[in-house]
Design a protein around this ligand. Structure first.
Ligand code: SF4
Length: 348
């Protein structure tokens, strides 16, 4: 009989499986505490569990670990970019950053990405596979240990904005979020978690219904279909009007503000007329716009906009809540996917 992979299991599923094995309910809590609070993955070291129960757990469950194989550090901005390798040698990136309010980790959701956004290094690599719930969770556990060992501090916020489209891996995403938010798991409040999507409309509403307290960020990057289509093939499936209508519904269902991400690309989407069109499109949506200065990368033809301030001021003067994203990790291949591409190129 194959073993259950423990890191893939939510607390509720684990309770059911333990009950079938006649293991008492409190033992699930003990196992979760060892794994998620103490970073102990060896059942033999879970010393408050009897030897007999340890044996039953070992016979039925396994934990597959991952490892950090490269780290790039931007000391000035306290930003760490990790390359994480899974058991099948596939690798993804995660980034950990220190902000005024604490540490935030940016998790990947897939190995590669099928969405093919034209400005993105991750989109250069076709998706190889989805991450399992345990692989979402493993990223956090590795980073948590690293940051605790270095700084004696905790990571308190999670954004799922790394390699991959989280909603293209929806079932595993939801299972991972259950573990992340469970009080016996990683115990991170849903308000401290943001999931980002390129705009898969049905999943936006599904998440709103399943987990209404999780924050949502939507990659907009254009004020109309003509520009968005050039940048994001997903716009052919879900156009801008449909996306914005869905976002309105999301705000209504969750009573939350939505974040729109907008990467400013020179002479593509950064004209004052684009800002004015965007303002009109966002009317009536409880939102906040995050303007992102573009990190130029060899693999893409786009250039960083020089009109960020004009764009910002136009939005602000028209009462749109707007911010320019703080730049971090410019020296460490900060665009998602770049470190993995570099690693894979180096191996060729
Ligand atoms: S921006 Fe996100 S959704 Fe688009 S290709 Fe990159 S990783 Fe995928």
């Amino acid at each position: 009989m194959s073993k259950h992979l423990l890191l893939d299991l939510s607390f509720d599923i684990c309770e059911k499986l333990f009950a079938k094995l006649k293991l008492k309910n409190f033992i699930v809590k003990q196992v979760f505490h060892w794994i998620y609070q103490k970073n102990i993955y060896d059942f033999n070291k879970m010393t408050n569990i009897s030897l007999n129960n340890q044996k039953i757990i070992k016979q039925n469950f396994a934990i597959i670990l991952a490892k950090i194989i490269d780290i790039n550090i931007d000391k000035k901005h306290k930003t760490f970019k990790f390359l994480v390798q899974f058991h099948d040698k596939n690798s993804i990136e995660m980034v950990v950053m220190k902000f005024g309010y604490g540490w935030t980790i940016c998790l990947s959701s897939q190995v590669g990405c099928s969405m093919q956004c034209k400005f993105c290094a991750s989109g250069m690599k076709i998706k190889k596979r989805d991450l399992t719930p345990g692989e979402f969770v493993m990223q956090y556990l590795l980073a948590k240990k690293y940051i605790f060992d270095q700084f004696h501090e905790r990571i308190t916020n999670i954004v799922i904005m790394g390699i991959g489209e989280p909603f293209d891996n929806f079932t595993n995403l939801v299972e991972a979020l259950k573990i992340i938010t469970n009080p016996y798991g990683m115990a991170i409040g849903p308000n401290h978690i943001t999931v980002s999507t390129c705009g898969i409309c049905p999943k936006i509403l599904q998440l709103a219904k399943l987990m209404p307290k999780i924050n949502l960020a939507v990659s907009l990057h254009a004020p109309n279909d003509a520009i968005r289509k050039q940048l994001m093939p997903i716009n052919n499936a879900y156009n801008l009007n449909l996306l914005l209508r869905t976002c309105k519904k999301y705000c209504h269902l969750t009573k939350k503000r939505i974040t729109f991400e907008y990467i400013l690309l020179e002479n593509i989407n950064d004209h004052k007329t684009d800002a004015i069109e965007l303002i009109k499109k966002l009317k009536g949506i409880n939102c906040y716009v995050n303007l992102i200065p573009y990190n130029e990368i060899n693999e893409c033809k786009f250039a960083r906009s020089k009109k960020i301030n004009i764009f910002f001021n136009t939005l602000k003067q028209n009462k749109i809540l707007v911010k320019i994203r703080q730049e971090r990790g410019g020296t460490i291949n900060a665009a998602c996917g770049q470190l993995r591409i570099k690693y894979e190129d180096d191996r060729k």
